[in-house]
Design a binder for this molecule. Sequence first.
Ligand code: LLP
Length: 416
Amino acid sequence: MTIEYKNNDSFIDGISLKKIAAEFGTPCFIYSHNDLVKNFSEINNVFASEKRKVFYSVKANSNLSILKVLLELGAGFDIVSLGELERVINIGAQPEKIIYSGVGKSEEEIIRSLEYGIHCFNVESFSELERINSIAVKLNKVAPVSIRVNPNIDPGSHEFISTGIETTKFGINLKNMMDAFIYANNEKSIELLGIDYHIGSQIESLDPFKEAIISVKKIIDQLKKNNIYIKLIDMGGGLGINYQNNDVPSLKDFGKTINQVINDNELSDYDFIIELGRSIVGNVGYILTSVEYIKKDSEKNFVIVDAGMDNLIRPALYGAWHEIKPITDNKDQNILCDIVGPVCECTDFLGKDRRLSAQQGDLLIISSCGAYASSMASNYNSRPKPSEIMIKNGEMHIISRKEKINDLFSREIIIS
Ligand code: LLP
């Protein structure tokens, strides 16, 4: 989706950003329903079949309306906490379309998931496997599991989001995985469904995905030698998006290539799941923010806006780049500046060394804020979380109301 400039304003799916700011205030999140449907359908149309399913990784953006749109388009859900579990149950997802990943599943989380009857636990350690088994025995249930292996593949992404390298906490290393498979295969209260991996996020080339499938093929051959037969391969997520003219494969090309690699490696008899987050919602969302002050009296120029690291922590955490533009088509990029928020941290920047034309009161639009923005937001500096708006069929819908100041301390208790 491109933002359309017109009449000294900008429009997303036909809706004026000035109008959104006037009605809902800034900062606020804006999502395009149209783009969400387009993205999910693009991958689902190419990849989904009787044996292949597209799951959405809830952590990317867990807003109920976003989940509901994806549910209606046929998505399954990849979750990592009780909170995410209850969110997807709340929107009416069938438990058989839920898979549970994450290294630290608590007893409570495992019990609840078994009671609901989720499709599969992606198990990340031997001790987790033992815990799931003992809970399943106690509840007199059979726990469906896949073993998450760590295939030691470098996805070429930021160090903090490269999960498939051996030194991270994720999955079971290749040298130890067989014990887990054997245990899962032997225990009566466990049903071994398959193998799972997730090598990282914001992956911009298809090669690491191909490499991972080839590595899984070898693991399956090793399993067969131990008389272990699985039926499911969950290949995680990780496809990147365009933040700054990076040349990322489209969802369609990704899906086609994966299908091809599955066929080339004679894995077509297996059930496949992909768990995409960012590539489905990342470029569907924006943050609209106002310029509070222009500060030209220090070493650097600062454009101080009303959105901050509490709304978008990615620049502070990963040095991530997000496009930031005025909503008017102003071509003079006359200030070299850092665009910063009001939070009291040096890392509270949204863009560094940008050329921008901005004045106090101007509206700026920050792109690629659909994934890992709202879902990673905080209340740091006691700042309320902003409204989230979805544009659907030419209308604005509130999908999350702005937090009230009272919400900020509603859980707190003053002791005497
Ligand atoms: N499956 C598992 C097991 C995951 O851990 C993740 C993301 C996904 C699927 C979805 O990955 P995606 O398709 O969205 O790349 N906060 C970071 C990204 C962290 C990703 C965590 N895991 C960021 O803002 O870049």
